[in-house]
Ligand binder design. Structure first.
Ligand code: ADP
Length: 147
């Protein structure tokens, strides 16, 4: 039988316990899950690319079938490259919902690739990379939000 492969794309700047939870729950649905860090050369990320890959790889060490890559360009092109038929995403709120629905529609339209979304566990609903970055900027310890 054909392997079921999904791409879990995101900025992951940084990769939080919310992201980890989606990866842990997501790998139960697929044979192979590729966490794909979207690199935007116009945006300054907190860590260099290789270090971001290593940090996330460490966080998902305990999950067989989960891999980590970095990419530039369209998510659907990465899907084709890895023969992935699905995109995995997470939803925390109505705001996420509207954005994710729009992205899912566009991606299906241009490639036929289906997006599978998982609702966040309620205990992670408030965790976001942007809030973690904001707290870090003001010297707050953010360890509790990171894997
Ligand atoms: P992007 O910039 O592509 O939205 P993010 O790194 O912010 O990338 O998020 C990647 C995916 O993870 C998105 O689908 C987002 O909704 C989801 N996500 C982020 N934080 C959480 C969380 N705490 N719980 C569940 N899903 C989350």
């Amino acid at each position: 039988m054909k392997q079921r492969t999904a791409i879990f794309p995101g900025s992951f700047d940084p990769f939080t316990i919310g992201h980890l939870s989606i990866a842990e729950r997501g790998i139960k649905l697929f044979d192979r899950l590729i966490i794909a860090i979207g690199i935007n050369d116009h945006k300054q990320a907190s860590l260099p690319e290789q270090q971001r890959i290593e940090t996330i790889s460490n966080a998902v060490r305990h999950l067989p079938g989960v891999e980590v890559i970095a990419y530039r360009g369209l998510t659907v092109d990465v899907c084709r490259q890895y023969d992935a038929e699905f995109i995995l995403r997470g939803i925390r709120s109505v705001t996420d919902y509207e954005y994710e629905m729009n992205m899912a529609d566009i991606n299906r339209r241009i490639s036929g690739i289906e997006t599978v979304v998982l609702y966040t566990l309620p205990e992670y609903a408030y965790v976001s990379s942007s809030v973690v970055r904001e707290l870090q900027r003001y010297g707050q310890d953010v360890g509790q939000f990171l894997p």
